[in-house]
Design a protein around this ligand. Sequence first.
Ligand SMILES: [Zn+2]
Length: 438
Amino acid sequence: MGKQSGYDLVLTGGAIVTMDSDRKLVENGFLAVKEDRIAALGPADTEEAAQAASLAKRVIRTEGKVLVPGLINAHSHLAMTLFRGFAEDLVLQRWLEKIWKYELTMLDEAAIRAGSSLAFAELLRCGVTCAHDMYWHYMETINLAEEIGFRLVSGPSFTTIGDFDFDQMLLTGRCVLEDLEGYDFILPVMQAHSTYTTSAAMMGEVLKLKQEYGVPFTTHASENRQEVDDVLARFGKTPIQLLDEYGLLDDRTILAHCVELQDEEIQLLADTGTHVAHCPESNLKLGSGIARIADMLEAGVSVCLGTDGPASNNDLDLLGELRTAALLQKGFTRNPEVFTTTQAMEMVTVNGARAYGAESFLGSLEVGKKADVVVINLEQTHMTPLHDICANLIYSVNKYDVETVLINGDIKLEDGVVTCLDEEEAKAEVRAVAGRFV
Ligand SMILES: [Zn+2]
């Protein structure tokens, strides 16, 4: 296999958490990359592995390390790195008012580019190879992602916040969806901020575009009690009921948060196949509450994980988020059997890929899939011993254990150095922009 032409890169000697349909773990494995895909994978002590290494342009030894699929951050607002630590100790609605004021007056394309650049560096350092983004001047973030080769879920975003022109928004949305077909690293999605910042007419157009272009749709829903009460008072329905009425609940829709759900709403999400992007740290920090994820999993809801924006988290560390999520559900339900290690790993890999319609090429380490791979050091004191690698990856790991990150087979982080952008420059630019917020 691949003998004639050889491989571009072979990683060999380490463990591999494949997240394939059997959730197979290879204890001593090799993974071969050809162009942008995984071309071979299996045990390292075989003739095939030895041949693969001998024919590869480059070999990386991975003894004492584990390969995991590139992690997927299913909900975020990347350039909100600019607002990290800016709006503290506020409930969601006051927090939004404060942030919106600055977003609408202070953010230009250059600021968004700086904030996004810093976010990409941070994401790579946390083992994230694919992230969702919903934010202002989103084409800046999209173009930067395409330029540096970072996988981004993004697309036209609808809202009544600020000085909006609905017709222009529609026209732009259509153009963007058409343009995105020519991008290599962008997974297009239709977006609306929430049911409380949109109208029925607007959501009707969102549904049309979603169907016409065959893209997934994402929005915030039922983030806290006040949101549900406000939407009930205004529309006579909860955000979930309203989205159902709009025809927007299906297996191509991802709802961020879903903190305040009734039993019937959980069942509705399960029945329609609607995905939930759980963002526990943001929910905790804004005092929004704790989403009933254990109940959702029990009901069969597909749950993926996001950090939300770094202004309400306050970081993009998806590994840290995963630990918070697992501990929270066990404590909240007073039941350590919920939120298993397998379910936890699924949330940041295969479930994220499925939510955004990318399961055929992302989410697991399997031959034929994109070579989005993260190499994590297992030899640190806090990772010793290795009774259960996945347990260590959820409960013991530190983001600094992430050593190497590949996207499409290209190295984006090596030995802890971000190779696809100038991290120092990004930090300096973000400091300059943040200095204008007073
Ligand atoms: Zn959000």
